[in-house]
Design a protein around this ligand. Structure first.
Ligand code: SAH
Ligand code: SF4
Length: 360
């Protein structure tokens, strides 16, 4: 018999599973509590379940944890995990501490089909969706490491989640949606929708769904202000162009000055960083409560792009800021551990290849 992976189940599904095993429905809530409040990954430690129940659950199911392939801790406190899935594929998860805030950057796919030209993840060959438990498992890994399970904690280290790791979350929407609903659950990890950000390169039809179902914060990877350049940098633009994307953003629910859309804009030297680009950006987002996140390009081996000069980035930021939009320049975190999307995995695979070629 195949054992059920409990982390793929919503609370309602867990209740159904318990009933099917002949257990009382309320047992599901107890199990849920042990898993999501205490971080237990072993039924034997669930002390309010009797011995036979524990044995039965062990026989029929398991509590998923991803395998840790590698951990890198940066001097600035950023931690990056390379996690190995059961099929041996590798994904990355990053924890970024910033004062009282602690953000987990979560992957949604192995690789990405969208092939943005400046993104290392887009160059990786193998692509598949992560399951709900593989998405939640990344959060478990971080909370285990930080010993930050909610039960009895007043100041939790993990406060925010961003879907900004490897992959396009809106192309794996069903699994991402289920995972986020589970982590928002008030009798579990209880991470509020206000502290969760969905980042998308612009899968327009799913933006509306995301607003309706999850109502989390929205970040759009814009990176270019005219269709010609965006078609090149973010190829999904050929399917959903800038004007379609802006229309979808205007309709996103409950936007206000305290709840803005974040526009991510990677600064590529002499490609998208001119004064004219900044002025055009301001006119594009007019009327939308917005914040612009300028990201200095993080170079990776083999890329043809370079990072804009800091003068250019400042000039760009000043223009957008003067128009009334907060425009933080993202400081590069975890520089010493290749913390940009997809980089640690690429490096590990290259090392594996060179090890293999030295064997043959
Ligand atoms: N697929 C989603 C989420 C993952 S990428 C998206 O594209 O939004 C998260 C962010 O990192 C995106 O804004 C992406 O454009 C940016 N990014 C990717 N590679 C980068 C690099 N080498 N340097 C800086 N930012 C990068
Ligand atoms: Fe995929 Fe996002 Fe990278 Fe583009 S930037 S290739 S959408 S992960």
């Amino acid at each position: 018999m195949q054992r059920h992976n409990i982390i793929n189940l919503s609370l309602i599904e867990l209740e159904k599973f318990c009933l099917e095993l002949g257990l009382k429905c309320f047992k599901a809530k107890q199990i849920w509590n042990w898993i999501y409040c205490f971080g237990k990954n072993n039924f034997q430690e669930m002390t309010n379940l009797d011995k036979n129940t524990r044995k039965l659950l062990d026989h029929c199911s398991f509590i998923y944890r991803p395998k840790i392939n590698n951990v890198h801790i940066s001097k600035d406190g950023t931690i990056k995990w390379l996690l190995e899935m059961d099929d041996k594929s590798l994904i990355e998860t990053v924890f970024i501490p910033q004062g009282k805030r602690g953000t987990i950057c979560i992957s949604s796919q192995v690789g990405c089909t969208l092939n943005c030209t400046f993104c290392n993840t887009g160059t990786q060959k193998l692509v598949r969706n992560l399951t709900t438990s593989e998405i939640i498992g990344q959060i478990f890994t971080v909370i285990d490491h930080l010993n930050d399970w909610p039960m009895g904690k007043t100041n939790r280290k993990v406060t925010n989640l961003v879907m900004m790791g490897m992959g396009e979350p809106l192309l794996n929407y069903q699994n991402v949606k289920k995972a986020l609903k589970i982590v928002m659950s008030s009798n579990g990890l209880c991470i509020s929708k206000r502290r969760i950000t969905m980042s998308t390169s612009g899968v327009v039809p799913m933006i509306e769904e995301c607003g309706k179902d999850l109502d989390v914060n929205l970040a759009i990877s814009l990176h270019a202000v005219d269709d010609k350049l965006r078609d090149e940098l973010v190829p999904i633009n050929k399917k959903y162009n800038i004007s379609t994307l802006i229309q979808a953003c205007k309709k996103y629910p409950s936007l206000s000055n305290s709840r803005r859309i974040t526009w991510e804009y990677v600064m590529l030297k002499d490609v998208n960083d001119s004064k004219e680009d900044a002025i055009k950006l301001v006119s594009l987002i007019k009327g939308i409560p917005s914040k612009i996140n300028l990201i200095p390009f993080n170079p990776w081996p083999g890329t043809l792009y370079e990072t804009s000069t800091s003068e250019k980035i400042k000039l760009f930021s000043n223009i957008v800021m003067k128009a009334g939009y907060p425009t933080p320049i993202r400081t590069t975190r975890g520089d010493d551990i290749l913390a940009a999307c997809g980089q640690l995995k690429s490096k590990t695979e290259k090392r594996k290849k060179s090890l293999l070629s030295s064997v043959h």
